[in-house]
Design a binder for this molecule. Structure first.
Ligand SMILES: Cc1cc2nc3c(=O)[nH]c(=O)nc-3n(C[C@H](O)[C@H](O)[C@H](O)COP(=O)(O)OP(=O)(O)OC[C@H]3O[C@@H](n4cnc5c(N)ncnc54)[C@H](O)[C@@H]3O)c2cc1C
Length: 445
């Protein structure tokens, strides 16, 4: 099996700050929220933006409302923290061939390039030789095989259960790579079948930031920011969407908020949605994946841009994987996931930065301190607009993906990363699901 960065990061499956900032072209802001459009789209992430553009392109009037003060949702690049592009959410352009942003970026003079496949691996403070890394990769392959075997047999069980016979000194590290680092969950929190039903493909990067790329694509789409949907009343004809800026009447609504937000009941549906629909919100549950981003003045990892660093993880599963010197901008994404990420979110950002820096110091030596500029960390699990990072099916719950996608009463439609048939948990999947739902809506109204 050829090992690619995709395998490792996501499974089987220089620009200066000023330029990065100018690439983030503004969307058009509504002076007032439209009160009587054909369709209300809730959420201006990748899915809501795509749904809006497709519906408008088909001649429908749309009110796109966004609760927070910006577009992009979980795909957002900012330059203010480090003075260079920093992807606060999505960074990898997964699944090259089916990722529409790959082509879009190249056509629009973004710097789009393929992810390299270079790793440094440590066991404590000792670097593991390249040949000894094979023990890790073999363990990884054994886990893949075990998950695939279970899925092929139709066993929708937890990945922890499917891989329990894979043991050895690198099992916890491989498990970290397949679970927290890729799926934002511990191995007992997601389904073999779900994991197996997403396609393979190589990873690419956008040097200016994935969020900047999405924002560029979205320029000109009209949106009402700071407009939170609180209630969807579908008791009469059409829908009535209550927001923090007034009520909007429409023929249909497209809901693109995360399953975390849906499961928390942040939007009140009246009458209540069917029980299986409500169940699907928590069955396709959110995992937590966070960046602890450290900026260094030079390449302390000595791998050029975009190398990967891993270290042996103990049975407690606590650790992180590193994308070093991302885009050549000097930022290391030290990424945590699953229950360890949840635990870290309860600590102050400074403590998380210290944790990542001291772990790296143990491997790379105290010289790194003189190159350290600053650090920050995300808290996507606590972010009220997402309540998690991305979703996957709980063990045994793969069938609930279909339920999540279903429309209700021919006027409440659902889109977003979790609704895509195969590219779930990605920006591309969210975007394509927005386009798909627009076709469904147009057929009904
Ligand atoms: C740290 C992190 C790393 C990731 N890495 C990658 C990666 O490398 N590659 C990749 O492809 N994907 C990655 N992902 C996943 C990817 O970012 C998401 O799958 C995708 O951006 C989701 O888009 P969406 O439109 O479905 O949802 P969102 O982006 O969540 O959009 C939904 C919008 O709804 C808004 N909203 C919520 N509630 C309300 C309300 N009541 N009223 C109005 N608006 C509301 C939110 O503010 C948000 O803007 C990552 C995610 C995270 C968090």
């Amino acid at each position: 099996m050829t090992r690619t960065s995709h395998d490792l990061h996501f499974n089987r499956r220089a620009l200066l700050a000023g330029l990065g900032a100018t690439l983030v072209a503004p969307t058009a802001l509504f002076a007032q929220v439209p009160t009587n459009p054909d369709v209300v789209v809730i959420g201006a992430g990748a899915a809501g933006l795509a749904a809006t553009r497709s519906l408008m392109g088909a001649g429908h009037s749309v009110a796109l409302i966004e609760g927070s003060g910006r577009i992009g949702g979980r795909a957002y690049t900012e330059t203010s923290t480090f003075g260079v592009p920093y992807d606060v959410g999505a960074h990898w352009l997964h699944n090259d061939s089916s990722n529409p942003f790959n082509r879009y970026g190249r056509d629009n003079r973004f710097t789009i390039y393929e992810a390299r496949d270079e790793y440094r691996v440590f066991d404590g403070s000792t670097e593991v030789s390249e040949s000894d890394q094979n023990a890790l990769w073999r363990t990884w392959d054994s886990m893949y095989d075990a998950i695939g075997t279970a899925a092929d047999r139709g066993q929708d069980i937890s990945v922890a259960k499917a891989t329990e016979r894979v043991t050895g000194p690198w099992a916890a590290t491989a498990g970290f790579g397949i679970g927290p680092w890729a799926m934002a969950k511990d191995l007992d929190g997601f389904s073999t079948t779900d994991w197996w039903n997403t396609p393979d493909g190589d990873d690419w990067f956008c040097e200016e930031g994935f969020g900047a790329l999405l924002a560029h694509w979205a320029q000109g789409i009209p949106v009402s920011l700071d407009t939170k949907a609180t209630k969807v009343d579908w008791s009469g004809d059409g829908v009535s969407v209550e927001t923090t800026k007034g009520t909007i009447q429409a023929k249909a609504v497209v809901v693109t908020v995360s399953t975390g937000v849906l499961a928390a009941g942040d939007i009140d549906f009246v009458p209540a949605l069917p029980a299986d629909k409500v169940e699907s919100f928590s069955a396709i549950s959110m995992g937590t994946y966070d960046h602890i981003a450290l900026q260094f003045s030079h390449d302390i990892f000595d791998m050029g841009k975009d190398g990967y660093l891993m270290f042996k993880i103990g049975d407690d599963g606590k650790g992180f994987g590193v994308l070093s010197n991302a885009g050549g901008h000097g930022i290391a994404y030290c990424d945590v996931g699953g229950s360890w990420a949840d635990e870290l979110e309860r600590q102050p950002i400074e403590a998380r930065v210290d944790y990542a820096l001291s772990t790296l110091r143990n491997m790379l030596g105290s010289d790194i301190d003189s190159s350290f500029v600053k650090g920050t960390a995300t808290s996507w699990g606590q972010n009220p607009w997402t309540l998690g990072s991305y979703a996957s099916a709980e063990p045994g719950a793969y069938r609930m993906r279909g339920t999540l996608r279903q429309s209700i009463g021919d006027r409440i439609f659902f889109a977003g990363e979790a609704c895509h048939r195969s590219l779930w948990s990605t920006v591309a999947g969210a975007h394509l699901s927005g386009q798909d739902v627009a076709r469904d809506v147009a057929d009904e109204i």
